[in-house]
Design a protein around this ligand. Structure first.
Ligand code: ADP
Ligand code: ZN
Length: 369
């Protein structure tokens, strides 16, 4: 199986590969039992083929009791400790033991939740990530972060639990709502800004054609493959986010603040798009980025139809309050991952996090409302 092998687990990117999930998992993450975790939107579309593939690849293909299924309600509001407990209890009730591998089929919510269940079930069992949103394909499923949200914030309780395998079938994007697909392009663009300016051109060329239905999502396969490679290379160099992995937070210091201040009415990718515009302007005004960097990033996001301005009803004070309470922030000045230019990040000498004073950040936010 041709796969990306930079992280100690294979990442397969291949249109139509869901039909081969049984043999893929059998080759790289073989288990006595499988527990498929998915949500109510994904289940009617993909659960049957996933189950069939896992059952047919089993040595005991005559019985299906070794493939269990847990279907959870969709949406970030269900990425909770309560759902962690519900999934865990469902696995316990069906007698799943240490010989079980969890197969997470869905977007980032399913992947994060099922991954966290896997991290803690019987002190840790393998998880195979099968992302079905663009965001989860290029970002959430790769890198081993798992978590749930709490009233104190997003991803405040979790664990590093790298998957045994990641199986990406771009054909599943055909059923993803366009707004979700568009939001996923924000992270693809982020990867281009971080590591390869050519990726930006590829997104501008392909994204509108796919979003307008002129092309089918399977044309995104090479783009997804390259985007995953960029992320995997960064994670390979710094799995625990001691340094370089911080560059993946480009757009996220402000983006997380905007996302929370919108009461999560903005999708993560939409908030991160606004965050990337704000943070690239910040980088230019602090004379960290080359002139023209911010306008180039803003143009690309606009071409894809992502928001580039802060909705008027969201105040700068609320955004700042949310940024200050973000778990990633320590005492003192807020830290940012900032570009030097499109395709290269700044901040190597300071461990890739760059402190910027609040006054400058606030003036940039005011100017974007
Ligand atoms: P993200 O990956 O952006 O974190 P979620 O896990 O919240 O997102 O998924 C976004 C929404 O899309 C959810 O409502 C989920 O049920 C739905 N969804 C995920 N994958 C697909 C798909 N391939 N087709 C249709 N809907 C999907
Ligand atoms: Zn993100």
């Amino acid at each position: 199986v041709p796969s990306i092998d930079l992280l100690g687990y294979p990442i397969v990117v291949e249109s139509g590969c869901l039909a081969r999930l049984g043999s893929l998992v059998g080759a790289c993450a073989s288990a006595h039992r499988y527990a498929v975790v998915t949500d109510d939107n994904v289940a009617p579309r993909y659960l049957a083929p996933v189950r069939d593939a896992l059952i047919s690849a089993s040595p005991r293909a005559t019985s299906s009791d070794h493939v269990q299924t847990v279907v959870i309600p969709p949406g970030e509001e269900h990425k909770t400790r309560e759902q962690w407990a519900a999934i865990t209890d469902a696995l316990l009730a069906t007698g799943c033991g240490r010989d079980t591998t969890i197969v997470a089929v869905g977007g980032g919510v399913v992947g994060d939740l099922a991954g966290f269940v896997a991290a803690t079930y019987m002190r840790g069992i393998p998880v195979v990530q099968v992302p079905t949103t663009l965001l989860a394909m290029v970002d959430a499923s790769v890198g081993g972060k798992t978590a749930v949200d709490t009233p104190a914030g997003k991803n405040t309780v979790g664990a590093f639990h790298p998957p045994a395998m990641v199986v990406i079938d771009p054909a599943t994007l055909a059923t993803l709502p366009p707004r979700e697909l568009r939001a996923g392009f924000a992270e693809v663009i982020k990867h281009g800004v971080i590591a390869n300016a050519d990726e930006i051109d590829a997104v501008v060329h392909l994204a509108p054609r796919v979003l307008d239905g002129i092309e089918v999502p399977t044309v995104l396969e090479p783009l997804i493959e390259r985007s995953v490679r960029i992320k995997a290379n960064v994670v390979a160099a710094d799995e625990r986010e001691q340094g370089l992995r911080k560059v993946l937070n480009f757009g996220h210091t402000i983006g997380h603040g905007v996302e929370a201040a919108s009461d999560y009415t903005l999708l993560h990718g939409e908030a991160i798009a606004i965050g990337m515009v704000a943070e690239s302007r910040l980088a230019e005004q602090a004379e960290i980025a080359e002139p023209g960097t911010a306008s180039a990033i803003e143009r690309v996001l606009g071409d894809v139809g992502l928001p580039t301005r802060i909705p008027r009803e969201i105040s700068v004070d609320r955004i700042f309050a949310a940024m200050r309470s973000d778990k990633k922030q320590r005492r003192g000045a807020l830290e940012y991952a900032l570009p030097k230019r499109v395709g290269e990040m700044a901040g190597e000498s300071t461990g890739w996090g760059i402190p910027i004073n609040d006054a400058l950040a606030k003036s940039v936010l005011e100017e974007l409302r």
